[in-house]
Design a protein around this ligand. Structure first.
Ligand SMILES: Cc1cc2nc3c(=O)[nH]c(=O)nc-3n(C[C@H](O)[C@H](O)[C@H](O)COP(=O)(O)OP(=O)(O)OC[C@H]3O[C@@H](n4cnc5c(N)ncnc54)[C@H](O)[C@@H]3O)c2cc1C
Length: 489
């Protein structure tokens, strides 16, 4: 039986481990932390429970398919509920409880007099077209594998590449379609789903809200952290072994072939290594494990030169009151969205008056907060190197906290600060979503899932193809496992 090591128990690593076990590998997962999930972690503050990273589940079929591959039913491991409305939006002088379908959203915009139903309907048709053209190829296949390029479906997509709308930016596309600044802000915000700027991200990415409104958005009944727990359970049932609190120090290789990993100064031999660490970290592990040849060095340099995506600052607030006007997901828009992105991407600093996202899982999972109280996960986008709180500094953090309170209280029309009874600031990693997607064909230019110039190493996770977001990380694990299976079995 061939032996595979997976470095990291993030969602991509868990997905790869399950697929490799199903393919017949003997799989061992090494995780430096104490729990599975990576960014999809959880934390408790007094009586409050918080998810510490992702909050919105989309593309539910990705999870269904993963469990089905093992002959299991997702619902026996993980319960999810369709959301409607998905998100409550608060501007300084307006509110919108966004319904969950394109048709209902178009009606809601029309009722407010912000856009004709037909305009929004045509926009959704356009972005649905983008998704249907690029989604299946882009999300489920390696773009660096000969088999993909032998497929007629690939060439059909390429022949229609002009329809991918990559020649203009998302902001330009929105300005050409909608007169209303609130709608432009509404759809422009989806650029931040992969840490990018609507003024720079190609209009191809306009498809992101199609996934949410056209295909659905869900809450996980026991919180997002239940996802990695469920995947770990399935993996264990399939014979995967987990070693937590066990950082891999090096991925050992010679003559262009990976030999294993170093853990606690010991070389453990493996036929295959799948790295779920961020790309830059993977290259550091490779440098620690042998001399890299020209090809891997070229890829390493390419990745290092790329523009990093944004990071974030998170405040966890336990609130001693319930806020009936809020939902599971809430956005408090800054009145000057352009200034926010200019601060983050041009000036490399925190915005003075940022847009604030508040996720309240206790709205859906009452056990996450005591009765009559709420758990607020408050996320603010930040420049890529401002993530770790140590780089922000206490003074800047205090200024940011005040700006966040001001924005929420102003848009909500209600005082909130006296209700914060538990508080913690989360130290996020740098650039949370790999590279920014600002180049015209950024979606197709992520790091490959097979390490160039090194046999026996595959990569998965949000920083490699097909990119960030929970379902994409899971799909990356699938692609990595498929490539490895083809190469080694
Ligand atoms: C604040 C925030 C909000 C988000 N919101 C959403 C959302 O609403 N919806 C959505 O779909 N996505 C969202 N995302 C994105 C989503 O969380 C990520 O894309 C996804 O979880 C990334 O998974 P991954 O496979 O890259 O693994 P990661 O989560 O990056 O985990 C990698 C794991 O590898 C481990 N590791 C690294 N190096 C080593 C080593 N040397 N040895 C051992 N272990 C190692 C790490 O400890 C970690 O556990 C959000 C992300 C963040 C940060």
């Amino acid at each position: 039986m061939k032996k595979a090591a997976v470095v990291g128990a993030g969602l991509g690593g868990l997905s790869a481990a399950i697929r490799l076990a199903l393919a017949g590998f003997q799989v061992e997962v090494f995780e430096q932390g104490t729990n599975p999930g990576g960014k999809a972690g959880q934390r408790r503050l007094g009586p409050f429970r918080f998810d510490t990273g992702p909050s919105l589940l989309t593309m539910a079929w990705v999870w269904d398919e993963l469990f089905a591959a093992a002959g299991k039913r997702r619902e026996d491991y993980l319960k999810i509920t369709s959301l409607n409305p998905v998100t409550e939006y608060f501007w300084q002088h307006d509110r919108l409880s966004a319904p969950s379908t394109p048709e209902a959203l178009a009606r809601a915009f029309a009722d407010k007099g912000w856009a004709a139903e037909k305009t929004t309907g045509e926009w959704f048709r356009h972005i649905r077209g983008l998704w249907e053209l690029a989604g299946p190829l882009f999300l489920t296949k390696s773009l660096h594998d000969a088999a993909t390029w032998r497929s007629p479906a690939t060439w059909l997509t390429l022949l229609q590449a002009g329809r991918l709308d990559s020649g203009r930016t998302l902001q330009q596309a929105l300005e050409a379609t909608f007169d209303d600044a609130r709608i432009r802000q509404f759809f422009g915000r989806y650029a931040t789903y992969n840490g990018s700027d609507p003024k720079r991200i190609p209009a191809t990415f306009a498809m992101i809200p199609w996934v949410e409104f056209g295909l659905g958005a869900w809450a996980v009944d026991e919180g997002i952290h239940a996802i990695p727990r469920a995947l770990q359970k399935l993996a264990v049932e399939l014979g995967v072994t987990f070693r937590f609190s066990t950082p891999v120090k090096a991925i050992v290789h010679d003559h262009g072939r990976v030999r294993g990993v170093t853990v606690q100064k010991e070389l453990l031999p493996f036929d295959l290594v799948v790295s779920n660490a961020e790309v830059q970290r993977t290259y550091k592990l490779l440098e620690a494990g042998g001399k890299l040849g020209q090809r891997p060095l070229k890829w390493k340099a390419k990745y290092e030169k790329g523009e990093p995506s944004s990071s974030g600052v998170v405040f966890l607030w336990g609130m001693d009151a319930a806020f009936a006007e809020l939902g599971h997901h809430n956005i408090f828009f800054s009145p000057d969205y352009a200034a926010e992105f200019q601060a983050m991407f041009d000036e490399g600093r925190l915005a003075d008056d940022p847009t604030v996202y508040v996720n309240i899982t206790s709205k859906h999972t009452p056990g996450d907060a005591p009765p009559g109280q709420e758990n607020w996960f408050v996320l603010i986008n930040a420049p890529h190197d401002a993530g770790p709180t140590r780089k922000i500094g206490a003074e800047a953090l205090a200024t940011l906290r005040e700006a966040v309170l001001h924005r929420v209280e102003t848009n909500l029309g209600r005082e909130i600060r006296s209700h914060i009874v538990q508080e913690q600031v989360l130290s996020m990693g740098e650039s949370l979503y790999g590279l920014a997607s600002h180049k015209a064909l950024a979606a197709f230019d992520r790091h490959p899932n097979r390490a160039p110039g090194l046999k026996g190493l595959c990569l998965c996770g949000g920083s490699v193809h097909p990119g960030g977001g929970m379902p994409l990380a899971v799909l990356s694990g699938k692609i990595a496992a498929e490539l490895a299976t083809r190469d080694l079995l």
